[in-house]
Design a protein around this ligand. Structure first.
Ligand code: ADP
Length: 464
């Protein structure tokens, strides 16, 4: 036995939801993170440019036009402040003489600030930058009075506060992403369970139905597909229940039908063996009659099974329906005449394509019943064709003036072994299968058979 790997619906739904949500969360976090970083980097770059402009402005303010020199005291205060901010400033005068340089002022501090920034950028922000030097002219009344060199970590760098802020945003995003994913997993699990629960229940109920066709699935589902599923399963269970009932009925009917002639045969043969009856011609003929009845019944059942299971393929030919009815009527004319009833045929030539032998069986069965159950009056067989009855190809009606079929029995007479009056049929020798065969043959032709009956007689109509 091959064992196929299966996964429960609930797990599959949960897995799908979780995968989908996690992926969505991941993409969302990455996009938000990317945008935050890009926008923040742009802001920081602006900030660095603004600070550089501030440095130049301060240096320009420290120019003394009278001496042509700079106020180095203020430049030093400003310069050392900017070193802490990550800006290594060097100021030169018009002749290129160094006025002030952060490194010469406090080399150690400068190195430690640069190292700190480099380490922060490389370890926390995976930057691969290096130190860059920007040169700005110092302008006084439209003339160049010196140069400012600003050395920073490039292309840009985050200050301690900015780095902390960015890290906080990233951590927040991560936490929010994880929290949302966890919430979504919980919701997904609950949702999957809600969706899977009725399906699992339907599956369980269907399993139970397999053992007991009377069980039904509750069909109170709000989801349309589930309501339809439960309705379909219930309909299937109903059909199975009906099939089971028919099967039991059929078995008991067949057993009943076989038992009567078999008991009769057994009694006769045992009596002959014991010497109670002489095995004379009359006895043997009676036994032969019963055996014939049995053989007919088995044959009829065989035909019926084949027709119902569509094992029989119809051997369709073109022939005149009127002729077929005439031949069939002829077979029964003598028996009918013996009972004092006439068979009248109203049929003009009607060419149809059908299985001749099986259709003949249909009319033999109907006509034999008509003769069987009619004691006075007559039987009329009529063909009505399409030109007389639009919409139908061809209608054959067999009307008798017999005892009729009680209203309560009418819906059942095409069922197997159904006889409207068991005692009556026993005397007429029927097993209640003739009309079932007739209906099966007509249906196999795509036609229909109907019956109308009253006290004044019965009319069978075969539509082909
Ligand atoms: P059977 O072999 O018993 O006649 P059928 O299937 O041919 O079985 O018919 C089923 C039952 O329908 C019969 O037992 C009979 O009670 C009733 N029936 C059929 N045809 C007629 C008819 N023309 N007039 C009265 N009853 C009929």
């Amino acid at each position: 036995m091959t064992h196929k790997f299966t996964i429960s619906l609930k797990n599959r739904l949960t897995l799908t939801y979780v995968l989908f949500i996690s992926l969505a969360m991941l993409v969302l976090c990455i996009v938000i993170n990317l945008f935050t970083n890009i926008i923040f980097a742009a802001l920081v770059k602006n900030n660095i440019a603004a600070k550089s402009r501030e440095i130049i402005r301060i240096v320009e303010e420290q120019y003394n036009p009278l001496t042509g020199g700079f106020n180095t005291e203020t430049i030093e205060t400003m310069g050392m402040y900017f070193v802490s901010e990550g800006f290594i400033v060097t100021v030169e005068d018009r002749q290129g003489n160094r006025v002030w340089n952060a490194r010469s002022c406090d080399f150690h501090h400068c190195t430690s600030v640069i190292n700190e920034i480099t380490a922060r950028m490389e370890s926390r922000f995976l930057a691969t930058g290096s130190m860059r030097l920007d040169t700005y002219p110092v302008i006084f009344k439209n003339s160049n009075v010196g140069t400012v060199f600003v050395e920073t970590y490039g292309p840009f760098f985050y200050s301690k506060t900015e780095a902390r802020f960015l890290s906080a945003i990233n951590s927040l995003l991560l936490i929010a992403g994880i929290a949302l994913t966890v919430i979504c997993v919980i919701i997904s699990t609950a949702l999957s369970r809600t969706i899977a629960k009725p399906i699992i229940a339907a599956g369980e109920a269907a399993k139970k139905i397999a053992g007991n066709y009377l069980i039904r699935i509750p069909d109170h589902y709000k989801t349309r597909e589930l309501a339809e599923l439960s309705r379909s399963i219930n309909a299937l269970a109903g059909e199975l229940e009906e099939a089971e009932r028919r099967k039991k009925q059929l078995t008991s009917d067949i057993a009943h039908e076989l038992r009567t002639p078999l008991t009769c045969l057994q009694g006769n043969i045992e009596a002959m063996i014991d010497g109670v009856y002489a095995p004379d011609r009359e006895r043997l003929e009676s036994c032969h009659e019963e055996i014939k009845r049995l053989a007919n019944l088995v044959q009829d059942l065989d035909i019926l099974t084949n027709l119902e299971w569509e094992i029989i393929t119809l051997n369709k030919t073109e022939f005149d329906l009127a002729k077929l009815l005439q031949v069939t009527a002829e077979q029964w004319r003598m028996t009918a005449a013996g009972k004092g009833i006439a068979i009248q045929l109203n049929a003009k030539e009607t060419i149809i394509t059908a299985d001749y032998d099986r259709l003949k069986q249909v009319f033999i069965n109907i006509l034999s019943n008509a003769v069987k159950y009619t004691d006075k009056g007559g039987i009329t067989v009529t063909i009505e064709t399409a030109d007389e009855k639009p919409g139908r190809q061809c209608l054959v009606s067999i009307a008798d003036t017999g005892i009729g079929i009680p209203d309560g029995d009418l819906p059942h007479i095409f069922e197997r072994f159904y006889r409207s009056d068991k005692s009556r049929s026993r005397s007429t020798g029927g097993a209640g299968i003739g009309l079932t065969i007739a209906a099966a043959i007509v249906h196999a032709h795509g036609g229909n058979i109907e019956v109308k009956s009253g006290k004044s007689g019965t009319v069978f109509t075969v539509a082909l």
